[in-house]
Design a protein. Structure first.
Length: 124
């Protein structure tokens, strides 16, 4: 049997973290959460993940800057799928998300089906 996929969620809202965890657990994904981009980078140094869900607006280090830093690394983690989570999705086009280093995006408030389908699409 395959090991469950590990997902790192960079998100400062406990409500979104808990909702995401409950949605992902239905599909047997393991999830860890970081409250800001600095914590995301620290967790990436210590553990292996299969995908990152990244809020754009976080304290200490925002999601776009954190994603750029991950993409600039010279290791396999720089290729991890990173999905933006944003309540301000309409401020960006998909091309702008890609230029920021994101592979995809999910609009807040989170939609159960959209979250799962987007995660599955990148974990094939």
């Amino acid at each position: 049997m395959n090991d469950p996929k590990k997902i790192l969620v960079g998100e400062d809202s406990s409500v979104i973290i808990n909702l995401t965890k409950s949605i992902l657990s239905f599909e047997n994904y393991q999830m860890k959460a970081a409250k800001n981009g600095k914590q995301v980078l620290e967790m990436l140094e210590k553990e292996e993940f299969d995908l990152i869900l990244m809020d754009l607006n976080m304290p200490v280090l925002d999601g776009a800057t954190c994603t750029k830093m991950i993409r600039e690394q010279d290791n396999p983690k720089s290729k991890l799928p990173i999905i933006a989570i944003s309540g301000n999705m309409h401020n960006y086009t998909m091309d702008e998300f890609r230029k920021l280093g994101f592979d995809d995006f999910i609009q807040k408030p989170l939609d159960y089906d959209k979250l799962l389908s987007t995660v599955k699409k990148h974990l094939i």
